[in-house]
Write a protein that binds this ligand. Structure first.
Ligand code: SF4
Ligand code: SF4
Length: 327
């Protein structure tokens, strides 16, 4: 069953000459860089994000950019058959790696079968809050990691470098549970990527060095680290700027309309080579799956077109150069 696309951001805000309606397959176009907000051309589909758990999560983090939680069912969990169909659709278009996200992927009762199916055809990364690693799951993950034809990666999120900071976002006891999960993974021979939210006030290198030291101290001998900025999305937007429009007027400070045309790098952003799928269709990226203008199409093929960088999150992506992918 398909759903009508919710209305995108008003075209008036895209500035002169910017379009989000180029037909699928059209050559990448620099249109929109002059006179308005840049439109990210679409190059090729490398990364497919699949929201296997929908918006269902066992936590209710205060900064969750998709506003997930135990009772959040706006995006439904995806079945094994739905995921297999999306993976096949993506592979036919050239997808090279698949990311499973949510919500919390380990709440999907079919996750093991979904991962097994997908690992037979592509590398897989599971993004998790790290609080649901039972002994059975850790053993299963280690076996799959050792024996699968394609790589299996785990990404575990942290929001601070101690229990006080992390639990302030994620709830009492979350740090301890996540650390137990990380250590169990390490003891099983796995090397999870720890994704840490980088505080705006601290230099990235200094923060990364502190993070590695903390993780070693917690019992992870070889921590792999990825820093991510905080996005003004979902609960974080409510917390930080309640009532502020998600879409930036071209005249506002922070709008990418002020970016000189010659400074626009068409290869900088992940939305030039990734798409995200939920039970509700295809979205431009994993960040905008719960934003009205983020939905692009019912099918992946129909979503492979330019996207105007009009959202506040787009400015954060541009300034930080971040990607949700592992690299
Ligand atoms: S940030 Fe992650 S762990 Fe927290 S509520 Fe959202 S999906 Fe769940
Ligand atoms: S939020 Fe980032 S990845 Fe998503 S469309 Fe905007 S620039 Fe692209």
């Amino acid at each position: 069953m398909t759903r009508q696309s919710p209305p995108g951001p008003p075209n008036a805000r895209f500035g002169a000459g910017v379009t989000n309606a180029a037909p699928a397959g059209e050559a990448p176009s620099p249109e929109g860089v002059q006179g308005g907000l840049p439109a990210q051309p679409f190059h090729h589909l490398d990364e497919l994000w699949i929201q296997v758990a929908g918006t269902v999560c066992n936590l209710t983090c205060t900064h969750c950019f998709v506003t997930c939680g135990p009772d959040e069912t706006r995006h439904a969990m995806m079945s094994r058959a739905e995921v297999a169909a999306r993976v096949a659709e993506g592979l036919a278009l050239g997808v090279r790696e698949v990311y499973f996200t949510g919500g919390e992927p380990f709440l999907n009762p079919e996750l093991e079968a979904i991962v097994d199916d997908t690992l037979a055809v592509a590398p897989v990364t599971i993004l998790t809050n790290g609080t649901l690693f039972t002994a059975h799951r850790v053993a299963w993950l280690a076996k799959r990691s050792r024996e699968s034809r394609y790589a299996l990666e785990l990404r575990v999120s942290l929001d601070g470098l101690d229990a006080g900071a992390h639990d302030a976002f994620r709830g009492a006891g979350a740090w301890a549970r996540t650390m137990r999960g990380l250590v169990a993974l390490a003891q099983a021979g796995l090397l999870p990527i720890v994704t840490v939210t980088q505080p705006a006030h601290e230099d990235a290198r200094t923060f990364a060095a502190r993070a590695v030291a903390v993780l070693r101290g917690e019992g992870l001998p070889q921590p792999r680290l990825k820093l991510l900025p905080m996005f003004e999305l979902g609960r974080e937007r409510t917390r930080r700027a309640a009532g502020r429009d998600a879409w930036v007027l071209p005249s506002e400070p922070g709008s990418l309309a002020s970016l000189p045309a010659e400074a626009f790098d068409a290869h900088r952003l992940q939305c030039g080579h990734a798409r995200a799928v939920t039970s509700q269709g295809v979205f431009v990226c994993p960040l905008l799956v719960d934003e009205p203008g983020g939905r692009m199409a019912d099918t992946l093929a129909d979503s492979l077109r330019p996207y105007p960088l009009a959202h506040r999150a787009c400015a954060t992506c541009w300034v930080t150069g971040m990607t949700c992918a592992n690299g």
